[in-house]
Design a binder for this molecule. Structure first.
Ligand code: LLP
Length: 437
């Protein structure tokens, strides 16, 4: 998919770059990002919303892959940006991303983070709970500012996805609950704060979702709530934010619809609900993360050792693992892969791909069909653009890989490979431990 293909040498090529050359130039493990595909996804979103005639903002959920180069692309593609920590905010600001297009999320923003965002004059805070509402009002007041706010509500929609990434249900750490009246109370409280301008509400039902029904149900609930709030409190929402969550195809059997179809379902549902209620059409905002970058990423590894247990299983080990992709260990996520330097050879055996960390759970793929892999072969694992680099760790003091962006035959480093000095860079041996007597 994207710009990837098999070239005349039988090598995988992405963005016009032979991945065997990339391995030579940059080393492995290596995250390769297909820049054209990221831009294509961004444009699919923007053009689909434009077609609806509604006012909109597409905010890239930077948590999926927050690096400065990605923020620069989001800026160029006219996206907004969703950040959830001072680190993501700093990344965006350092990349020169316009603060007015930044939205700040999170269920436990610290006073320091809120002050940093206030000083930067970001566009909008998505307020998660009462503590934050009062704190934000007070801190904005200290600075003589009035801030634009969305309230995150929990609509009570259960998305069909992994339990750890499902967020719309009542028993969730996020947001003001719609069903028990908390959200209604929060609207009244927000309206009563003098340094807060309430723009509307936010709802995010989960991630890696294939059905449009969950989104349409969320719209119905939010619209019903908006109408009630307008009638009873005379407060009109100018903005409805429906969060992220559109799924991608990781493996055969995953069946997401094209982005345009999700957007159409969402915008049709907004238009129907609000027109029927004689309510001024709100702006619609969304926050896609995975569907913006997920399938644009490929991780390239070198095959090292192998272990054949006759009649049981053959393992091959690569030079990365759960440190660069914790998703199989965390969510039992599935991936597809090929031998990138022998991509046109036929399948000869079934192997399971292990990482190099010191624990048995460090497996990337179970039962993968490949040509007979040898030490030194390159393994390319697909769809690693979202929540891979972003969730990478230094477990076992393994260095985080480099990230390269490829496009039209050019490959440019977006994140340098960590060095061994980076590994000990924050370590300090307290002086008293150095005393020998
Ligand atoms: N908006 C909010 C408020 C969110 O919490 C999220 C994701 C998004 C937008 C973006 O959702 P997306 O379009 O990427 O589905 N680490 C997990 C995914 C956690 C998602 C967290 N929130 C994984 O690797 O599957």
């Amino acid at each position: 998919h994207g710009t990837s293909k098999i070239n005349a040498q039988g090598h995988l090529e992405i963005g016009g770059c032979d991945v065997a050359d990339l391995a030579k130039q940059f080393g492995t493990p290596l995250y390769i990002v297909d820049e054209a595909l990221v831009r294509q996804r961004a444009r699919e979103y923007v053009e689909s919303f434009r077609a609806s005639g509604l006012k909109f903002q597409v905010a890239y959920a930077s948590k999926a892959f927050s690096v400065m180069a990605m923020c620069a692309i989001a800026e160029q593609e006219d996206l907004s940006l969703d950040v959830v920590s001072d680190g993501e905010l700093y990344t965006a600001l350092q990349a020169g991303f316009p603060a007015q297009r930044i939205h700040f999320h999170g269920n436990n923003k610290t006073p320091d983070e809120i002050n940093m965002a206030l000083d930067a004059n970001i566009g909008c805070f998505v307020v998660d709970n009462f503590n934050e509402l009062y704190l934000l009002n007070a801190l904005a007041g200290d600075k003589g500012k009035k801030v634009q706010v969305l309230l995150r509500i929990t609509p009570g929609v259960e998305a069909h996805t992994h339990e750890y990434i499902s967020t719309g249900q009542t028993d969730s750490k996020f947001g003001f609950d719609l069903g028990n009246g908390t959200a209604y109370l929060a609207i009244q409280e927000a309206a009563a704060q003098s340094n807060i301008e309430l723009l509307g509400v936010h709802s995010h039902i989960g991630s890696q979702i294939f059905e449009v029904e969950g989104f349409a149900m969320a719209v119905d609930k939010v619209a019903g709530f908006a109408v009630k709030v307008r009638e009873e409190l005379n407060i009109t929402f100018r903005v409805i934010n429906l969060g992220g969550g559109i799924g991608i195809r990781y493996v055969e059997g995953d069946t997401p619809l094209p982005i345009a179809q999700y957007v159409k379902a969402i915008t049709d549902s907004i238009i129907n609900n609000f027109t029927n209620a004689d309510y001024p059409l709100p702006e619609i905002w969304v926050e896609p993360g995975r569907s913006m970058v997920g399938d644009a990423g490929t991780t390239l590894y070198t095959v090292g050792t192998s272990k054949d247990i006759p009649g049981v299983r053959k393992y091959i080990a690569v030079d990365g693992g759960m440190t660069d992709n914790p998703r199989p260990a965390l969510y039992e996520s599935k991936y597809e892969a090929v031998l990138a330097n022998r991509a046109n050879e036929s399948v000869e055996e079934t192997v399971s791909v292990a990482g190099k960390c010191c624990e048995s759970g460090d497996m990337l793929i179970w039962d993968l069909e490949l040509p007979k892999a040898k030490t030194g072969d390159l393994l390319a694992v697909f769809c690693t653009g979202a929540y891979n680099y972003a969730m990478a760790s230094n477990y076992n003091r393994i260095r985080r890989p480099a990230v390269v962006f490829v496009k039209d035959g050019a490959a440019d480093v977006a994140v340098k490979r960590e060095s061994l000095d980076d590994i000990v860079g924050n370590d300090v041996i307290p002086a008293r431990l150095k005393q020998t007597s």
